[in-house]
Design a protein around this ligand. Structure first.
Ligand code: C2E
Ligand code: MG
Ligand code: MG
Length: 457
């Protein structure tokens, strides 16, 4: 009897441990962190607390450059260093992969928090030695200093600190950033947008625009890229740069992405049935969609449903999306290629641009990021990178497309370097299907042999 109650007691302890602590570091998890902070309210009605969220810079890159066991040891070593910087009454938790949260509820003066932040950032800059290998990292911090008013407050403070961390990371590495009331406005805007995005698809508020891609050797339109827009009831047309990251974070990108793919494939088929020369339709895939287990099946089904030949579908992915799980990405891309669709690496030059990985990903095309094309004539670095990407693509037998061509001079430069395809406001802005249909028909009439955008060639 004593034995079984001891066992039960141990089991109870074990369950408590598993549900409240992080297995890798032995630190409290998010739930326990919230509980502990909430306890401070029993001593004081609305205590002032500082919440710091610490994020290892470029953690995804680090994860992929290290063996998993080494990465785990690194996370442990980081948490141990953080512990050494803390006061005894501070609370520490592991929130996720490369993120820790620290709370100071006893005397959290601005000065003490700044000192703690500086100490944390400088401590983590010193090299780590993991199994004898030196590893260099940096971290950034988002901080909020506020009153805990009710049980929801801890989550709110974590949200504020997380938002400030996001801003800190935008300033580069090893920065800390305090949350400010102005950020509150941005945070509220984001939350409001997130709320109204729920159901946007059902309310028919999403639409797909199309932008032509031009063959720079001959001047024909070879493809159109599908670019989603959100017709918001009060905000007007919302850019995908604003709402796609939100849809990614809350998972809504899955039904939205499927709808975009179906709409774009159906439109492309409609153009073919209207007698226009057959073009590729290029559709952007987000990181979350790449992780969908039924992605390949969904693509196959949509092609069958819309009666579009796979050769006329191209999917665009970014390197950073592929890097989340390289082996899985290679497998998914290979299966997509086996369906007969082509694959483009979007925004090339802004991510890892690693030749090693590039050779493993079965893509057909690289798209040079707009930021390089934009100042290819004024910034020698951009010109060097553009030339190098074109040479790289050619050596790997990949088609090379330049995004964001806005001027004749940029076009001349890219043509002279042998760039294959181009896309940008110089040819056409993204526009709704009716406008693009007219543009395709007009260019067909202006040149019987091709659908060149005659005005520019
Ligand atoms: P992206 O896939 O790299 O698309 C190119 C972006 O560059 C588009 O912005 C396009 O309007 C813009 N652009 C094209 N030519 C020019 C130019 O000459 N000058 C300038 N200044 N901009 C040009 P957009 O439509 O705002 O889309 C932004 C990003 O949002 C896209 O970048 C893509 O990453 C994402 N996105 C758009 N539609 C979708 C979608 O259907 N699904 C997913 N997952 N992401 C999408
Ligand atoms: Mg794209
Ligand atoms: Mg792009």
């Amino acid at each position: 009897m004593a034995n079984s109650s001891q066992t039960l007691y141990k089991l109870d302890e074990l369950i408590h441990y598993i549900t409240h602590y992080d297995e890798l570091t032995g630190l409290p998890n998010r739930d326990l962190f919230c509980d502990r902070l909430n306890q401070t309210r029993s001593q004081n009605d609305s205590p002032l607390v500082a919440v710091l969220v610490l994020g290892i810079d470029d953690f995804t890159g680090i994860r992929h450059s290290l063996e998993p066991e080494i990465c785990d040891l690194l996370i442990r070593a980081v948490s141990q260093r953080v512990v050494q910087c803390m006061d005894r009454s501070d609370v520490l938790a592991r929130l996720g992969d490369g993120e820790l949260a620290i709370a100071r509820s006893e005397l959290p003066s601005l000065e003490s928090v700044v000192k703690l932040s500086q100490l944390l950032l400088s401590t983590l800059t010193k090299p780590f030695s993991i199994n004898g290998n030196p590893i260099h990292i940096t971290a950034s911090l988002g901080i909020t200093l506020n009153h805990l008013e009710n049980t929801n407050s801890v989550e709110k403070l974590l949200q504020q600190a997380d938002f400030a961390l996001h801003q800190a990371k935008q300033q580069g590495r090893s920065h800390y950033q305090f949350y400010s009331p102005e950020m509150n406005v941005q945070l509220q805007e984001r939350l409001a947008l997130e709320n109204s995005l729920r159901g946007a698809l059902e309310r028919n508020e999403l639409l797909v625009y199309y932008q032509p891609l031009i063959d720079l050797h001959g001047g024909r339109v070879t493809a159109t890229e599908a670019l989603v827009r959100w017709q918001h009831s009060t905000e007007g047309l919302v850019s995908p740069a604003k709402f796609i990251p939100i849809a990614e974070a809350n998972g809504e990108i899955v039904p939205i992405g499927e709808w975009i793919l179906r709409t774009a494939c159906a439109q492309n088929r409609r153009w073919q049935l209207a007698g226009l020369p057959a073009l590729r339709i290029s559709v952007n895939l987000s990181a979350r969609q790449l992780e969908q287990t039924n992605l390949v099946e969904m693509v196959r089904q949509i092609l069958a449903e819309t009666e579009l030949e796979a050769a006329y579908l191209e999917l665009e992915v970014t390197e950073s999306a592929l890097m989340n799980d390289i082996d899985r990405s290679v497998k998914t891309l290979t299966q997509l290629r086996e369906l007969g669709v082509s694959l483009a690496l979007d925004d090339f030059g802004t991510g890892y641009s690693s030749l090693n990985y590039l050779q493993r990903f079965p893509v057909n095309m690289l798209k040079i990021d707009r930021s390089f094309v934009q100042d290819v004539l004024s910034n020698p670095n951009s010109a060097t990178i553009t030339d190098a990407i074109i040479a790289l693509a050619k050596s790997l037998g990949l088609t090379i497309t330049a995004e964001g061509i806005e001027t004749k001079e940029q076009l001349d430069y890219l043509q002279a370097r042998g760039c294959d395809e181009g896309q940008g406001f110089y040819f056409s802005r993204p526009a709704n299907a009716d406008t693009i249909t007219k543009l395709l028909k007009d260019s067909l009439q202006s040149d019987a042999a091709s659908i060149a955008l005659a005005t520019h060639f």
